[in-house]
Design a protein around this ligand. Sequence first.
Ligand code: MN
Length: 210
Amino acid sequence: MFPKMLVLLVIFILYSTINQPTSVSGSDPDPLQDYCLPSPHSHQCKNSSSVTVDDFIFSGIKHPGKFTNKFSGVPVSATVFPALNTLGMSLVRADFEVGGTNVPHYHPRATEIAYVLEGKLYSGFVDTTNKVFAKVIEKGEVMVFPRGVLHFQMNVGKTRATVLGSFDSQNPGSVKLPAALFGSGIDDELLEKAFGLKSKDISKLKKRFG
Ligand code: MN
């Protein structure tokens, strides 16, 4: 073999080996240091001399958040709790008044495991073949929602329900279908065609979710 081709071959093999883990893995990257509290003025980590224990404590989920339509969700992601930066995980506290729902949504960057702290919920997801996996789960049980898959919950009990969701991403993201479809500014004509609805029905939905 010509030396030039050999060099190219070695480069190719090295390139595919190095790139494989990142191309097949969808999770957050491994940390390169113990922790990395983002410095407010750069993309670097704060110097550890200015980091304190309080940076690693978040008290914002002691209590439910603000309820809208009988539901309250308080994310504990790196956005609100910077200590999670580079650590590849986060939480959400969700509270449901009787009948309250966590509308169909998905997390583009994380699988979620939801633990029922209180109450009883109809809980489920829909896979990419439109098969629904849903059941009533109660206090002490967990359900897992695979990454990027549409899921939902509804309080079907007679008391308030509380769920703690755990994610394998510091910033799982949440796409809530009603708002993403009708509150985002997609052209009416497309929505009318997609849903087979009249212009006035789309306007109604846009008013509700906009
Ligand atoms: Mn979720």
